[in-house]
Design a protein around this ligand. Structure first.
Ligand code: GLN
Length: 485
C-alpha cells in the first residue's frame, strides 16, 4: 500500500490484520507515523523527542517475524508514544524540565520495556507539564501543546502531549502518568479513552517520581479495547518496584467485551454540585441514562468527604514532591550551574533549572512537612485521605462502579488559567479522589459541548477491578458509537 492509500485512523486490531494480510509492513506504518509527526508536530508540539532508530529496529523485528511466519506478539507494530517522565535507555528524557533538558537515562522503565517486548514501536517522548505538575501542559519548559480536537485550547495535563499525540493521530496509543488526574483529565479534554489502573497494577520502575504514593502509569488510546490491550501488556509484578502486585493479570481485552448484567451504578451527589458546567452535567446524565438502558441500575449516594480532596491532595502531593525533587541538585543529574561554593551551585542550578510551578510546590511541600506544621497539615491531610478511601469503600457496598464527570468543565483556552493556580487545581476536583483512594478510573468521551469541546465520563471501580471499569466503559462506547456530538 502506498502512503497515499493508508487509512488515517488505526486501531491495534486493524494494524494486526493489515500486517497479517501484508497490506502494510511495520516499517511502512512506522514511516507513515513519522511523516505525520514531521507534518503536524510543529503545530501541536506533542512530541519533544523522536527516536526513529529505535522505532525502525522494533518495526524490522516485527517484519522479520511476519516473514518467517512466526506468531505476532499482542502489540506487534503498534506505534506508541511515551510521556517524557518515563525513562528510555539512550533516549533523552526531560520530564518537561530545563533541569533535565539534556538528560539521557541509562535504562528503560519497566512499562516501556514491556510494551516494546509486546511488539510496540516507540516513536518518541511526549510533552508534559514539568515533572507532571499541572493540568494544562502549560508548565512545560518546552512550550504548550495544542488540543487537536480544539485548536487554541489546552489538551489538559499533565500528560497533554500523550493525549494530543493520540487525538491528533500521531500515535495509536500512548502512556501517560496520573498522580491526581493527569491521564484521565487530558483524555477527557482531547476526546479519547484514558485509564488510570489501580495503584500497584503497573510497575513504576523508571518513572520519575512526583508523589510516590500516588503516581501511576496508564494508557491513552482511541478505544476502550485498545486501552485494555496496552494495560495487559504492561501490568503485573516487577521485582524492581516493591509496590507492584503479583495478582494475576486478566485478559482485559476479552473481559471488557462481556455484556453488562444489572450492574449498580453509584452516582455520588457531590460530583454534580456547584462548579459543574451545565453542558458537562447534561452529557454525563445522558450517558448514565444510556447505561441504564443497557440494564444497569442507578443508585444515588453521598461521598461526604469529597470536598476536602483537593486540599488533602495538594498537601500530600507537594510534600512527597519536595522530597523527591531534592535529588536534582546539579551533582547527580542534568543541569549544573557553575558557582564558587556547593551551596551556591545548588541554589543556582535549582533556581534556573526549575520552573515557577515546581518551585511553588517544593516550597509548599517543605512548609507542610516542617516541624511545627507537620501535624496541622501533613498529618491531617493523611487522615482526610483515609476518610476519602472510606467514602469509596462504603459507596462500593451499595454500587458496583461509580459514574461521574471526569472534569468540571471542558478544555479551557491556552493562557486562560495560568495566573490563577487555584483555578487550575480545580480542574482535578473529580479525579484526585480516586487517586487518593488508590482505585482504578477511566475516562471515555461522552459527547461534545456546543463549542465543540470534548466531554469525558469517568468510571471508578474498587481496587483491581480494571476489567469491570473497562467493561462499563466499553459497553457505553459501543452503545454511543458513532460517538455522540
Ligand atoms: N493536575 C494535578 C497536579 O497538578 C495532577 C497532576 C498529575 O496527575 N500528575 O498535581
Amino acid at each position: 500500500m502506498s502512503a497515499a492509500t493508508l487509512p488515517s485512523s488505526w486501531t491495534i486490531s486493524s494494524i494486526r490484520e493489515s500486517l497479517l494480510l501484508k497490506t502494510v509492513s511495520a516499517r511502512e506504518l512506522t514511516a507513515e507515523f513519522f511523516r505525520r509527526i514531521e507534518r503536524d508536530n510543529p503545530r501541536i508540539n506533542a512530541f519533544l523527542t523522536v527516536c526513529p532508530e529505535r522505532a525502525f529496529a522494533a518495526a524490522d523485528h516485527v517484519d522479520a517475524l511476519i516473514a518467517r511466519g512466526e506468531s505476532l506478539p499482542p502489540l506487534a507494530g503498534v506505534p506508541v508514544a511515551m510521556k517524557d517522565v518515563l525513562s528510555t535507555a539512550g533516549v533523552r528524557t526531560t520530564c518537561g524540565s530545563k533541569i533535565l533538558e539534556n538528560y539521557i537515562p541509562p535504562y528503560d522503565a519497566t512499562a516501556v520495556s514491556r510494551l516494546e517486548s509486546a511488539g510496540a514501536v516507540i516513536l518518541g517522548k511526549t510533552n508534559c507539564d514539568e515533572f507532571a505538575m499541572g493540568s494544562s501542559n502549560e508548565n512545560s519548559a518546552f512550550g504548550p501543546v495544542q488540543n487537536p480536537a480544539a485548536p487554541g485550547y489546552v489538551p489538559g495535563g499533565s500528560s497533554g502531549g500523550s493525549a494530543a499525540a493520540v487525538a491528533g493521530q500521531l500515535a495509536v496509543a500512548a502512556l501517560g502518568t496520573d498522580t491526581g488526574g493527569s491521564i484521565r483529565q487530558p483524555g477527557a479534554c482531547c476526546g479519547i479513552t484514558a485509564l488510570m489502573p489501580t495503584y500497584g497494577r503497573v510497575s513504576r520502575y523508571g518513572l520519575t517520581a512526583f508523589a510516590s504514593s500516588l503516581d501511576r502509569i496508564g494508557p491513552l488510546a482511541n478505544s476502550v479495547e485498545d486501552a485494555a490491550s496496552v494495560l495487559a501488556a504492561m501490568a503485573g509484578r516487577d521485582p524492581l518496584d516493591a509496590t507492584s502486585t503479583s495478582a494475576p493479570v486478566p485478559d482485559y481485552r476479552a473481559q471488557c467485551q462481556e455484556p453488562l448484567h444489572g450492574l449498580r451504578l453509584g452516582i455520588p451527589r457531590q460530583y454534580f454540585g456547584e462548579g459543574l458546567d451545565p453542558e458537562v452535567r447534561q452529557k454525563v446524565e445522558e450517558a448514565i441514562a444510556m447505561l441504564e438502558k443497557l440494564g444497569c441500575r442507578r443508585v444515588d449516594l453521598d461521598m461526604p468527604h469529597t470536598d476536602y480532596a483537593i486540599a488533602a491532595y495538594y498537601i500530600i502531593a507537594t510534600g512527597e514532591a519536595s522530597s523527591n525533587l531534592a535529588r536534582y541538585d546539579g551533582v547527580r543529574y542534568g543541569l549544573r550551574e557553575p558557582a564558587n561554593s556547593l551551596r551556591e551551585m545548588y541554589k543556582r542550578t535549582r533556581g534556573r533549572g526549575f520552573g515557577t510551578e515546581v518551585k511553588r510546590r517544593v516550597m509548599l511541600g517543605t512548609y507542610a512537612l516542617s516541624a511545627g506544621y507537620y501535624d496541622a497539615y501533613y498529618l491531617r491531610a493523611q487522615k482526610v485521605r483515609a476518610l476519602i478511601a472510606r467514602d469509596f469503600a462504603e459507596a462500593f457496598q451499595r454500587a458496583d462502579v461509580l459514574i461521574t464527570p471526569t472534569t468540571p468543565t471542558p478544555a479551557f483556552r491556552i493562557g486562560e488559567r495560568t495566573s490563577d493556580p487555584l483555578k487550575m487545581y480545580l480542574a482535578d476536583i473529580y479525579t484526585v479522589t480516586g487517586s487518593l483512594a488508590g482505585i482504578p478510573g477511566i475516562s471515555v468521551p461522552c459527547g461534545k459541548s456546543t463549542a465543540n469541546l470534548p466531554i469525558g465520563l469517568q468510571v471508578f471501580g474498587p481496587h483491581f477491578t480494571e476489567s469491570l471499569v473497562l467493561q462499563v466503559a466499553h459497553a457505553y462506547q459501543e452503545a454511543a458509537s458513532p460517538l455522540p456530538s
